[in-house]
Write a protein that binds this ligand. Structure first.
Ligand code: FAD
Ligand code: NAD
Length: 478
């Protein structure tokens, strides 16, 4: 069987499936090659994000946060709950149901948009031909006028800490334990380490996070990272910085981990180990030498700002190209490429990319950190507002954290917004929009924010950038 398509997308994660849907909306005859087999042994769309990433991790973060609140947070509200019971298998099966509903939803969207799902592994050959090894082992070759490669990423494995499937796992494995381990070690205090470390800590595990670097969350604004380290430590996450893991070994029911820190060689014994040391682009299978598409030694495909590869008509998007490994970044690239294929002017504003870490409190940011603005030599002012002074945060009983905005003194533009606090992920939206519209701090300061809402903290931080905050004493008054 050999078909000609307007577009063939290889990879059905948030970059690929969004690209395929937008192509179909624009009238292109589109196919998407996807090989994923899910936990129920069925082919599935949605990639890492829907199957073992964003969605299942958030399902567990939401459930475990409520469990934690029910245990520790309700007494202060005058609610005494007795006899709280944990049903971890039910929590996991709820997570699996959410995943199935969402991945099934993408399948329905493919049908509604008349996208052909080619189930199997795609390999790009010469002349925009895609060889597909189907799930039942047959080979067929299809041709696309345009090709979009979106084969995503996979966890980096450390040869010194080999995965064992149960005791030593990557992020996907840590989403499926059906009993709470006594003691868990996480290698890497990155986004995954903190999110999954939080899940198991809330369920009662002792959690130790070993991080090779001396600095905690170097990509986050310093003031926010400091606040986060203090808060997570108070929650019981034992975060050890400057601790480089050298080796792990399963001994009976335990895992022994050797690491080095400033005091020398250390060893610890735990029940489970999560390896969360980053992800790498998956392009080894998809790129044949005949495809002539250039990638680097880390497997990342070279692209320009429009995600065009070195070969005309072949595009690459999502985790396999430069930039942060984020679902929304890949999806926006998918939309951009689809629109450019039909001659429209899609673009991605990489300078205004929201980032969120879904711990409690959440950490969310857009734009530059204070450290970056300072090193650029820009003349700037900072406005901050603590949630402890927010009426809504007090009413919720959730007052930790702050909002911080950075203003360009020369033109009042919003250079960056940084939040640690309740619903930070949702609060960030107005700053993203302000930056996208090239708005100013004054635009936020003059916008009416409903009272009482958490968003008033953003309003007050904007006012505070030039000394006009109402509900906190300003250092400088206007
Ligand atoms: P992927 O989602 O990896 O999809 C690539 C797809 O291509 C896969 O389905 C794969 O099977 C398929 N494929 C690969 N090779 C071939 C081939 N040769 N033929 C056919 N198919 C192929 N990001 C966020 O923005 N927010 C979050 O909250 C978030 N949480 C995360 C939590 C965890 C635990 C993890 C691991 C990641 C998280 N991420 C999050 C990152 C996010 O999942 C990725 O950035 C996103 O999935 C990348 O999308 P993608 O489409 O580029 O790649
Ligand atoms: P990461 O790069 O965020 O963190 C990995 C950490 O492991 C780093 O801090 C690194 O210094 C440390 N490390 C590496 N080798 C080590 C060693 N031998 N010993 C001790 N520490 C070591 O990677 P991640 O947390 O695995 O996440 C991968 C990607 O997935 C991220 O780029 C992120 O963008 C994406 N993701 C996003 C979200 C979100 O948006 N909320 C959630 C999860 C994952």
């Amino acid at each position: 069987m050999s078909e000609q398509y307007d577009v063939i997308v290889i990879g059905g994660g948030p970059a690929g499936y969004v690209a395929a849907i937008r192509c179909a909306q624009l009238g292109l005859n589109t196919a998407c090659v996807e090989k994923w087999i899910n936990k129920q042994n069925k082919p599935a769309l949605g990639g890492t994000c829907l199957n073992v990433g964003c969605i299942p991790s958030k399902a567990l973060l939401e459930a475990t946060e409520l469990y934690d609140q029910a245990q520790h947070g309700f007494e202060d509200l005058g609610i005494n709950i007795k006899g709280i019971e944990l049903d971890v298998p039910k929590m996991i099966s709820r997570k699996d149901k959410i995943v199935s509903e969402l991945t099934g939803g993408i399948e329905q969207l493919f049908k509604a948009n008349k996208i052909t799902w080619l189930q199997g592994t795609g390999r790009l050959m010469a002349d925009k031909q895609v060889e597909v090894t189907t799930l039942d082992g047959n080979t067929e070759t299809h041709t696309g006028n345009s090709i979009i490669i979106a084969t995503g990423s996979e966890p980096i494995e450390l040869s010194a800490t080999p995965l064992t499937g149960d005791k030593v796992v990557d992020s996907a494995g840590a989403l499926d334990w059906e009993a709470v381990p006594g003691k868990v070690c996480v290698i890497g205090a990155g986004v995954i380490g903190l999110e999954l470390g939080s899940v198991w800590r809330r369920l009662g595990s002792e959690v130790i996070v070993l991080e090779a670097m001396d600095e905690f969350l170097p990509m986050v604004d310093n003031a926010i990272a400091k606040d986060a380290l203090r808060t997570f430590t108070k929650q019981g996450l034992d975060i050890r910085l400057g601790a480089r893991v050298m080796k792990s070994e399963v001994k009976g029911e335990s895992v022994v981990i050797d690491y080095k820190d400033k005091d020398g060689d250390q060893s610890m014994t735990v029940d489970k180990l999560i390896v969360a040391v980053g992800r790498r682009a998956v392009t080894d299978v998809v790129l044949s030498p005949e495809s002539a598409v250039q990638s680097d030694e880390r497997g990342q495909i070279h692209v320009n700002e429009y995600c065009e590869t070195s070969v005309p008509g072949i595009y690459a998007i999502g985790d396999i190209v430069r930039g942060p490994m984020l679902a929304h970044k890949g999806s926006e690239e998918g939309v951009m490429v689809a629109e450019r294929i039909v001659g429209q002017h899609g673009h991605v504003n990489y300078d205004v990319m929201p980032n969120v870490i879904y711990t409690h409190p959440e950490i969310a940011w857009v734009g530059k950190t204070e450290e970056e603005v300072k090193s650029d030599g820009t003349d700037y002012q900072v406005g901050t507002f603590p949630f402890a002074a927010s009426g809504r945060a007090k009413a919720k009983g959730d007052t930790s954290g702050l909002v911080k905005v950075i203003r360009d003194t020369a033109n009042d533009r919003l250079l960056g917004a940084h939040i640690i606090g309740p619903s930070a992920s949702e609060l960030l939206g107005q700053s993203v929009l302000t930056m996208e519209f090239d708005g100013t701090i004054e635009d936020i300061a003059r916008t009416i924010h409903a009272h009482p809402t958490l968003s008033e903290a953003m309003h007050e931080a904007a006012l505070g950038a030039d000394g006009r905050a109402i509900h906190i004493a300003n250092r400088k008054r206007r």
